[in-house]
Write a protein that binds this ligand. Structure first.
Ligand code: MG
Length: 345
């Protein structure tokens, strides 16, 4: 197989703020695996908080190139991914890019979508939340207007004054809210008070209320049964699911954390066994990785796959957004292809 990669900077329509920083763009790396006239595409999206740098990512991709060069088709995607996983303890986004491209290639050769390859529920469109980053009031108002088609909004909290943030949002919309605290609450007492306030203000779930090492306090919050508590930073990969001990009601699965489609599928299967809700999330991916993740919409309790909607230079065409729903393209593989006007892949 031939393998190559292409760094590309994704630009936001609006600057995107979370409690720790605001950014205008995100580094991504697109990968391409070719075999016998077919091409599979994948993406590593590298927001700075993930810890995956461009240098680390390309280092792993260079090593993976040597493994992929020896492959022919048909092949065992699981075996190739295991070999690449063992190259590095981190670089999960780079691993995801290769996993996505291998699945895309297989789907294109076999003329099947990922939904068909994994025998997933064949749902072609579903409601998704749209994320409103932290900003000044005037811009928050604009973002809420821009998201008018979406029935649920996701808010980034964990600010100095989350009550004020919710009150500000409520000046402009009464839509249900997913609130992502990004580990921002420091005590369970503060968290309890805010969760009651949030519930009264039509917040429907909380994501990662406290730091990863405060698992007992998050278990306490979950047991209070005020709002569903979803793990994000606490659950990256399949192995993290075994140690939750009732600390959460559900998990946010993201391809860039879990190393790709194969492990996302395994996490969904195990989460169902463990009676955990399934939240499909994303970082700041283009329509490449988002189309891959959207193949799982028929398995999800909550969906936040809005990343391409927030971009102004999406280099892929795949999922689209209609009436607040993410809609899959009728294509084999991951269901996306490069937009040649934006990227020369
Ligand atoms: Mg989160």
């Amino acid at each position: 197989m031939e393998f190559s990669y292409h760094p590309h900077v994704l630009e936001y329509k609006f600057p995107f703020g979370v409690s720790s920083n605001t950014r205008t763009h995100t580094q991504s790396v697109f990968v391409k695996i070719e075999w016998d006239g077919f091409t599979g595409y994948g993406e590593a999206c590298l927001p700075p908080y993930l810890g995956d740098t461009l240098e680390k990512t390309t280092e792993l991709l260079d090593k993976a190139k040597r493994i992929l060069k020896q492959q022919t088709y048909p092949c065992s995607i699981a075996e190739i991914i295991l070999e690449i996983d063992e190259l590095d303890d981190h670089a999960n986004a780079a691993k995801a890019a290769i996993d996505i491209a291998l699945h895309d290639l297989k789907g294109k050769i076999e003329k099947k979508s990922i939904q068909q390859l994994y025998r997933l529920n064949p749902v072609r469109s579903a409601k998704t939340a749209c994320t409103i980053g932290i900003d000044i009031e005037e811009v928050i108002k604009q973002k809420i207007e821009d998201a008018s088609a979406f029935e649920v909004l996701k808010i980034k909290a964990g600010t100095n004054d989350d009550k004020a943030l919710i009150k500000l949002i409520r000046k402009y919309t009464n839509k249900p809210l997913y609130v992502d605290v990004n580990q921002g609450w420091k005590s369970k007492e503060e968290a309890l008070e805010l969760m009651h306030f949030f519930k009264e203000n039509n917040v429907v779930l909380i994501e990662q209320p406290m730091p990863v090492d405060r698992i007992d306090e998050m278990a306490f919050l979950t047991q209070q049964n005020i709002l569903p508590v979803i793990a994000d930073e606490s659950v990256k990969r399949l192995s993290d699911l075994q140690n939750l001990n009732g600390a959460f009601n559900g998990i946010n699965i993201k391809l860039m954390k879990c190393t790709g489609i194969k492990e996302a599928f395994e996490m969904i299967e195990l989460a169902k066994e463990l009676n955990l809700k399934i939240f499909l999330g994303c970082m700041a991916e283009s329509s490449c990785a988002t189309s891959a993740m959207a193949q799982f919409i028929g398995c999800a309790d909550y969906i936040d796959l809005d990343a391409p909607y927030l971009l102004k230079n999406d280099p892929f065409e795949g999922v689209s957004y209609k009436n607040g729903e993410v809609v899959l393209a009728d294509l084999p593989g991951i269901g996306a292809n490069p937009n040649r006007a934006i990227i020369d892949l």
